[in-house]
Structure formats: structure tokens, C-alpha cells
Write a protein that binds this ligand. Structure first.
Ligand code: BES
Ligand code: MN
Ligand code: ZN
Length: 490
């Protein structure tokens, strides 16, 4: 997997600055129009006043908080660039991470020395730096992008390193998710996906793989119907992290469609290649479980993913077929492209039957309709429980991950009525993301606090975001880790 850049924290050493040969990133408060910190004054002296000329200029005034400008090949320094980053000692979390991302985006093979001084949120700078310095290159034959050593000079290196530790675990979880989501479907088959999850046993997670026979015995006809046209076997993978006491776990459930052609209700060719990301929900669940294990979280969490491939084939499920879910309800499959909900129906039910969780959150790249509603900025959040939902939205806010609550209601649910079975798998075009959520809700037991996150718009994006290059974002790993920390590790 792609590993985050390791970052070393040390005490500020002004004597070293002149001889640094990579990049130097200097954090400067927005209202500083001249060099003030000891490091800034030293750099100004070494560059014969160039730094002060820049800080006094209109150009510096136009730099936004968290953004940066390069003074390239500065006279008086060995460095290739002096990067001036706008973030003061009291910058908030979002600005500190954004500042780190500006540094991480630029870091090359000669590495970077970050001068953060007495900044309160120096650990968040390192976190943003690590998250943005991500490259997915296993399928490029050219030399991989080299990113050199990262050192941060801070006032109290031990304290910053201590704060940065759990963040490094989150960065590693995010990278795991991004790698899974970016991976093409001829590589990330259901077998390969399950093997990557099984490898996390090394970290102390308990990982079980349920194969098709076991799923049949459990009665998971909805999930199995989706995968029956594929040569790759359908699977459910269960990952348990038991870092808490004896209490029931919290459950995370993910849609893991390794490729979604639409099945017999086949999708148009244009853009179909994007459906390699249709395992994004499962990818996030896997990333969170990895983070929990890496930081030895004091909570009980179980992650379950349904891994299938939706293919057209002589054995594939047809529109009009009726399948029976593990719950016992029958479903008329009007459209084989509405497959994610069929997978989740069975995994959600299994999660509740086996683990009696205290609450449950599922993630899925479930509908194109949520992209029409919210674009790529916010995940659609659906819930039957205001307490859990508000706690999750708060976690999203503090981690800077966009999320927006969507409505639910009986009138939407009524659209799922079938003539010949207990329900249909689609409820028409109108409110398509909501009827999909209503379908899932039918497989959530009365009184079970639950959220459904439709991440179709946020799992993978075509433009760079603050903390990620274009492609897989890892959306949700940070917020879910935060929720678990705040709600169960209090
Ligand atoms: N995986 C898709 C949803 C999707 C669309 C994810 C675009 C990411 C980007 C899902 O399985 C699907 O095909 N949904 C259909 C449902 C419809 C048939 C009711 C959709 O959204 O068109
Ligand atoms: Mn589909
Ligand atoms: Zn799908």
C-alpha cells in the first residue's frame, strides 16, 4: 500500500537554515508584514531582506490563510525554494491542515524542512502535509514520484510528536481507503480485496471471510443475486476491533461492489470505467478499521463489507427476478443496476442478528441521484436517530468533511411497493437517493440507531481537493474515527 511520508519533529536550529538543500517552508501569521519569529528573522537576514520585501508586498496580502507562495532559488540559501505559508501560531485546525497540504503538495525528492515555531496546531500541519502528499502510481511504469524526508522544527518536539501519532494512524487509514478506491477492478477483485483485509490481522484485527456457501446457508439471497453473473465469488468480510470492554460493538457496514456494470440493466459505456470505485463504502470501512487498530482504539467496533461484482452474463440476475433476503422479505429486482441496496440489505441484517450493535452506520456509493442533489461537496446523510446523526454531523464538521442531512418519510417508502413481492428495489427517478435510503431502512431493526451515508459524490472526485489530489479522497475515515473517539472513548 501507499505509505504516508514519515515526519520527524525536532527543535528549532537557526544555524542549520543556511545549509538546507531541499525546500524550506516557513509559517507566517496573516497579519505579519515583516519577519518576526526568530526563524523568519534569520531567513530574512540570510536572503538579504528578500523575505521582508515579500511580506511587505501586496502579493503577500493576497495569499489566503492556509495558502502559500514560493520564493524560488533564493540567494543566500542552499534551499531550492523558500515557501512562505500563511498560518499563524493560533491558526485553527482547518487552516493548519490546509497549510500542511500546501507544503505536502510541493514536497519533492529533496524533502522539506518546515519551520512551525510555537504553533499550537503544528501536529495538524504535519497531518495535512501527509494527506496531500499522496500519489497512486503502482500502474505507472515511469519512476515513481520521489518525495524526500520531512522534518518539522517546533518549540516542543515531544509534545507535537505525541499529538501527531494518532493522526498518522488516521493518515494511514485514509491512504488504505484511497488505494482501494483507486485500484482498477481487474486487480481489486473480490478475492484480492478480501486478501488485503485478511492481511490486517497482523495489526490485531480479527478478520473472517464468509464465502458463498456460508452466505447461502445464511439466506443472503439479495446479496448473492447481485454477484451471480460474475466469475469472482461474492463474499462478506467481518473485521472486529475489540479495544473496549465487554460492551456491544458499534457496526460499520460498507457496499463493496468491485465493479458495477449495471448487470443486465447495463450502464451506458461513457463513464462506466468510474464504477471501479463502487466499492468505496467498503473501502472507507476498511480504512477506519485500519486506523482503529493502528492507534489501538479503546472501543469495540465491527466492520462488515459485502464484496460482489455486478456483471451481465448468462447466469446473471434478470430484471423482474424475485429474490429473498436474509431477513425473509422478498424483493422484485426491477433494475439490476440498483444492486448496492440489495447487497447492504443482507449485510445490515447479518450485522444486527450476529452482533446486536449499539448503533450502525453504513456507507455506499449508492446513487447517482445524490450527486444531482449535493454535487461532490457533501455526502448525503440519512438517519432514523437524531442523536447519532447529530453526533456524526458534528464529527464531520470538526474534521472538515462535507455532510448534509437528507429527509426520509413514509411517502417515499410507499414508492417501493411491488405487485408481486414484498418490495421493489427501485422507487422511480424522483428522490432516487431518498427511496434508496428507505429501502435500506426496511432492513434496520426498530430502535436501532442508524445512519446511511451515500458517498457516490464524495468518494472519488475529478479535481484536487484541499487534502487530496484528484481521484479517491478517503472521505469519511477522519469523521468516523472522530465519532468513535468522541462517542466511545470519551
Ligand atoms: N453505483 C451506482 C451509483 C453511482 C453512480 C455511484 C455514479 C457513483 C457514481 C449504483 O449502483 C447505481 O447504479 N444506482 C442507480 C440506481 C437506479 C438504477 C435506481 C443510479 O443511481 O442510477
Ligand atoms: Mn448500480
Ligand atoms: Zn453500484
Amino acid at each position: 500500500m501507499t505509505n504516508p511520508l514519515p515526519i520527524k519533529f525536532l527543535e528549532t536550529d537557526l544555524e542549520a537554515l543556511a545549509g538546507i538543500s531541499g525546500r524550506i517552508a516557513l509559517l507566517v501569521a496573516p497579519d505579519d508584514n515583516a519577519a518576526r519569529s526568530p526563524a523568519a528573522r534569520r531567513l530574512n537576514r540570510l536572503t538579504k531582506g528578500a523575505l521582508n520585501r515579500f511580506l511587505g508586498s501586496d502579493a503577500w496580502g493576497k495569499v489566503k490563510p492556509g495558502e502559500a507562495t514560493d520564493l524560488a532559488w533564493p540567494a543566500g540559501l542552499q534551499a531550492e525554494a523558500l515557501q512562505i505559508v500563511k498560518a499563524g501560531p493560533r491558526a485553527d485546525v482547518a487552516t493548519a491542515r490546509k497549510a500542511g497540504a500546501a507544503i505536502g503538495k510541493a514536497v519533492g525528492k529533496a524533502g522539506v524542512l518546515v519551520l512551525a515555531g510555537s504553533m499550537l496546531r503544528a501536529a495538524d500541519v504535519s497531518f495535512g502535509l501527509a494527506l496531500r502528499a499522496y500519489d497512486f502510481e503502482p500502474h505507472k511504469t515511469a519512476e515513481p514520484t520521489a518525495r524526500g524526508p520531512v522534518q518539522m522544527m517546533v518549540k516542543d518536539p515531544e509534545a507535537v510528536a505525541l499529538a501527531a501519532n494518532p493522526m498518522a494512524a488516521v493518515a494511514e487509514g485514509v491512504f488504505f481507503t484511497r488505494d482501494l478506491v483507486n485500484e482498477p477492478a481487474n486487480v481489486l477483485t473480490t478475492d484480492d480485496f478480501a486478501a488485503r483485509l485478511a492481511a490486517m490481522q497482523e495489526l490485531g484485527l480479527e478478520v473472517e471471510i464468509l464465502e458463498e456457501e456460508a452466505l447461502e446457508a445464511l439466506g443472503m439471497g439479495a446479496l448473492l443475486g447481485v454477484g451471480q453473473g460474475s466469475d469472482s465469488p461474492s463474499k462478506v468480510v467481518v473485521m472486529q476491533w475489540n479495544g473496549g470492554g465487554e460492551e456491544a460493538p458499534f457496526a460499520l457496514v460498507g457496499k463493496g461492489v468491485v465493479f458495477d456494470t449495471g448487470g443486465i440493466s447495463i450502464k451506458p459505456a461513457a463513464g462506466m470505467e468510474e464504477m471501479t470505485m463502487d466499492m468505496g463504502g467498503a473501502g472507507v470501512v476498511a480504512g477506519v478499521m485500519r486506523t482503529l487498530a493502528l492507534r489501538r482504539a479503546k472501543a469495540n467496533v465491527v466492520g462488515l463489507v459485502g464484496l460482489v461484482e455486478n456483471m451481465p452474463d448468462g447466469r446473471a440476475q434478470r430484471p423482474g427476478d424475485v429474490v429473498k433476503s436474509m431477513k425473509g422479505d422478498t424483493i422484485e429486482v426491477i433494475n439490476t443496476d440498483a444492486e448496492g441496496r440489495l447487497v447492504l440489505a443482507d449485510v445490515l441484517w447479518y450485522a444486527q442478528e450476529r452482533f446486536k450493535p449499539v448503533g450502525m452506520i453504513n456507507l455506499a456509493t449508492l446513487t447517482g441521484a445524490i450527486i444531482i442533489a449535493l454535487g461532490h461537496e457533501n455526502t448525503g446523510v440519512f438517519s432514523n436517530d437524531d442523536g447519532l446523526c447529530d453526533a456524526f454531523l458534528t464529527a464531520c464538521k470538526s474534521e472538515g468533511e462535507g455532510a448534509w442531512r437528507m429527509p426520509m418519510g413514509d411517502a417515499y417508502d410507499a414508492k417501493l411497493k411491488s405487485r408481486i413481492a414484498d418490495m421493489m428495489n427501485v422507487g422511480g427517478r424522483d428522490g432516487g437517493a431518498i427511496t434508496a435510503a428507505q429501502f435500506l431502512k426496511r432492513f434496520v431493526k426498530e430502535g436501532m440507531p442508524w445512519c446511511h451515508l451515500d458517498i457516490a459524490g464524495t468518494a472519488l472526485v475529478k479535481t484536487d481537493t484541499t487534502l487530496a489530489p484528484k481521484g479517491a479522497t478517503g472521505w469519511g475515515v477522519m469523521a468516523l474515527d472522530r465519532l468513535i473517539r468522541d462517542r466511545f472513548e470519551g
